[in-house]
Design a binder for this molecule. Structure first.
Ligand code: GDP
Length: 194
């Protein structure tokens, strides 16, 4: 699959808008500001395709991108931003519940966390959501460039432990800024889709 051949398809704000066709769906999730848009842009090798630095938590919508006419890259709304109204939180929760509960929507889950920190409670919840789908899951530890070399291994171990990732779940060090880990993540995604 050539990720450089990616086009925006549509946004969904309610379950009726979800895409339901035979193509696989790669669902990307992450806390607001973790760099989810930047990771997507790094994968498809375009600047500002997925909107970087969009005002966090402003919109509870799912954005669908079609990759190489073969699969959808499904950009789930970010979570965990403090300054979000209760109404917006409720909207987010309803949309995510509908999305995760419907069988057959997710083919592969990609959860993006911050390589610098212990995953948050919200990250733990999202990891649980993905595991409950019983689809393959990949966890991406972004912002690797912000770590000292000596911090990488212990931080990855802490992420694996906190999210209770068993050995079958790949944890991929990544830097959207530097492009580190792009080839490896694409290879893991292809492997999971086989
Ligand atoms: P989103 O809210 O998860 O979509 O996050 P964005 O992609 O908008 O990124 C949030 C901020 O983190 C922006 O200022 C990005 O430039 C920065 N950022 C994203 N990825 C990286 C990375 O790998 N390294 C560093 N140093 N900064 C990053």
């Amino acid at each position: 699959m050539d990720f450089r051949k990616t086009e925006f398809v549509k946004s969904a704000v309610k379950p009726a808008d979800f895409i339901r066709d035979k193509r696989p769906q790669l669902a990307f999730a992450g806390r607001s500001n973790v760099g989810k848009s930047s990771v997507i842009n790094a994968l498809i090798q375009r600047k500002n395709f997925a909107r970087v630095g969009a005002q966090p938590g402003k919109t509870s919508q799912i954005n669908y991108f079609l990759v190489d006419s073969a699969a959808y890259l499904t950009d789930l709304p970010g979570y965990g931003y403090a300054k979000v109204s209760q109404a917006e939180r409720d909207r987010w929760a309803r949309l995510m519940e509908a999305y995760f509960q419907e069988k057959g929507l997710i083919t592969l889950g990609v959860l993006i966390v911050d390589a610098r920190h212990k995953p948050t409670k919200d990250d733990e919840t999202m990891a649980r959501f993905f595991k409950d789908t019983e689809c393959p899951v990949i966890v991406v530890a972004n912002k690797l460039d912000k770590l000292k070399k000596s911090e990488i291994e212990p931080n990855l171990a802490l992420i694996r432990e906190t999210l209770a990732l068993d050995e079958s779940i790949p944890l991929m060090p990544f830097s959207a800024e530097k492009g580190t880990g792009r080839i490896e993540l694409l290879a893991e995604m292809e492997k999971a889709l086989r």
